[in-house]
Design a protein around this ligand. Structure first.
Ligand SMILES: NC(=O)c1ccc[n+]([C@@H]2O[C@H](COP(=O)([O-])OP(=O)(O)OC[C@H]3O[C@@H](n4cnc5c(N)ncnc54)[C@H](OP(=O)(O)O)[C@@H]3O)[C@@H](O)[C@H]2O)c1
Length: 307
């Protein structure tokens, strides 16, 4: 049972709804909202207190794309915490390809860099007791019916992962929507590697599924955002079925993933093959690269070239 949980990117979207649901669990005594903006964090805290009737929220300020910012944030965590949900992230928007001081581009730094440092610093300072959850996406195994191809890296070598992280893997045509799946794949493999390295902790990867009510679509190119809002969401997805769900449902996947012992360490859970909603299943049953220990360790090594 997790009494204290830290959620990154907790001021909006899935992170905030996850914080709300966790606060309503009877065992929860402390929820840390890890956010990059003090004003937004204070607003979210106030709203969460009103919605839950609980005064158990704390704020830690940190930017997950910035190594130093995360290290300073960890110093402010005095008491060990039970679980961490590495929620901050997404497609980043226009600045996704911009190279950060770490050498990773902003897309990779936001979805990976700070989270790896956060977890490793917490472990190093004995401040993490039980579990880590990373939100991946169905973009990794792909969704054939929607033309979303699976991530298919030719080698999954250390060099190939490093190229994904600095963006060179994609040549001159950096497309954040495509690169997003590759970045989530790298993060997923790092988590699976950590599960083997730290058998006393639970490292679980969960996709929230295609979730309405977050700000994620704002980071899509305008034409794609338009298609999603006026055609895919209201017409296509309801027609196909099993393709979209409410914010509460997406966040519940995180809450279940971190709290329920049926969700095991070293497994990536997401929708059934070809779906974006519904029951969650172990993705390695049909996306078999996930089982490759060398690929997992290669992702870990590549990430550490930038840390
Ligand atoms: N929505 C979906 O359908 C879906 C599907 C699959 C996976 N996911 C994953 O689920 C997670 C949450 O997505 P969402 O849809 O809830 O996104 P969202 O509504 O856009 O919220 C993203 C959160 O991350 C924070 N954030 C972004 N960059 C940050 C940084 N550098 N440092 C600290 N915080 C940062 C944002 O803070 P600001 O408010 O300050 O920008 C915000 O709180 C992401 O990892 C995403 O990839 C989402």
């Amino acid at each position: 049972m997790n009494e204290s949980i830290l959620v990154t990117g907790a001021n909006i979207g899935l992170g905030k709804e996850t914080a709300r649901q966790l606060a309503l669990k009877k065992e929860t005594k402390r929820v840390i909202l890890f956010c990059r903006n003090q004003v937004k964090a204070e607003e979210a805290k106030k709203d969460l207190e009103e919605k839950t009737g609980k005064k158990i929220f704390e704020i830690i300020i940190g930017d997950v794309s910035d190594a130093n910012s995360v290290k300073k944030a960890v110093e402010k965590i005095r008491e060990p915490i039970d679980a961490v949900i590495l929620n901050a992230g997404g497609m980043v928007g226009k600045t996704a390809a911009k190279v950060t001081p770490s050498g990773m581009n902003e897309l990779a730094a936001t979805n990976i860099l700070g989270h790896v440092i956060l977890v490793e610093e917490l472990i190093k300072h004995n401040k993490l007791k039980k579990a880590v959850l990373y939100p991946s996406a169905e973009a990794v195994p792909g969704v054939k019916m929607l033309g979303m191809k699976p991530v298919a890296m030719k080698t999954s070598s250390v060099d190939a992962f490093a190229a994904v992280l600095d963006g060179s893997y994609f040549g001159n045509k950096f497309d954040a929507v495509q690169a997003y799946g590759y970045v989530k794949y790298a993060a997923t493999m790092w988590m699976l590697s950590m599960a083997r390295k730290y058998p006393d902790l639970k490292f679980v990867v969960v996709s929230p599924g295609n979730t309405k009510g977050t700000l994620a679509p704002n980071n899509l190119p305008p034409a794609m955002k338009f298609m999603l809002r006026y055609f895919m969401m209201p017409v296509v997805f309801p027609l196909i079925g099993g393709m979209v769900h409410k914010l509460e449902v997406g966040a519940k996947r995180f809450v279940d993933g971190i709290s329920d012992e049926h969700y095991r360490s070293g497994v990536f859970y997401a929708s059934k093959e070809g779906k974006l909603s519904g029951d969650m299943v172990d993705q390695s049953t049909f996306y078999t690269d996930l089982k490759n220990n060398s690929f997992q360790d290669n992702a870990d090594e590549a990430i550490h070239r930038f840390i």
